[in-house]
Design a protein around this ligand. Structure first.
Ligand code: SF4
Length: 128
């Protein structure tokens, strides 16, 4: 087993998690699964801590923390990423409904809601 390192990794607040499953698809590495009705990081070496799951969580259950964890395992993640690319569901901009195949999306948090917004709509969101 690899030695642990101090690094960013997803933290799931089980009290807030409803088990809706929305965070499973954005995790390209397949690190999150729903187990007994709650989201879980099933193998921490598959979580790169990038936080793409954060933007879809409707309850704010997902955050990034820095803690001791197994290092991210690129070799283990690559075949999972390749497999998921065949079945992934593109996320959509909550403002204009464009999907991530049309324009890059970024996660935003607004009035307690986590959403995806495209880079075309982001300036208007920032500047009003
Ligand atoms: S999106 Fe949030 S509430 Fe839904 S399963 Fe994931 S952590 Fe739980």
């Amino acid at each position: 087993m690899s030695a642990t390192v101090n690094r960013q990794i997803v933290r799931i607040d089980e009290e807030r998690c409803t088990g809706c499953g929305l965070c499973v698809s954005p995790c390209a590495e397949g690190a999150i699964e729903i187990v007994d009705g709650k989201a879980k990081v099933i193998r921490e070496e598959l979580c790169d801590g990038a936080g793409f799951c954060l933007g879809v969580c409707p309850t704010g259950a997902l955050t990034i923390e820095v803690r001791e964890a197994l290092p991210f395992d690129h070799e283990a993640a690559e075949p999972i990423i390749a497999e998921k690319q065949k079945t992934y569901i593109p996320q959509r901009c909550f403002k204009c409904d464009a999907d991530e195949d049309q324009v890059p999306l970024v996660p935003v948090c607004q009035q307690g809601r986590s959403e995806w917004v495209c880079t075309r709509c982001l300036p208007a969101l920032i500047h009003g």
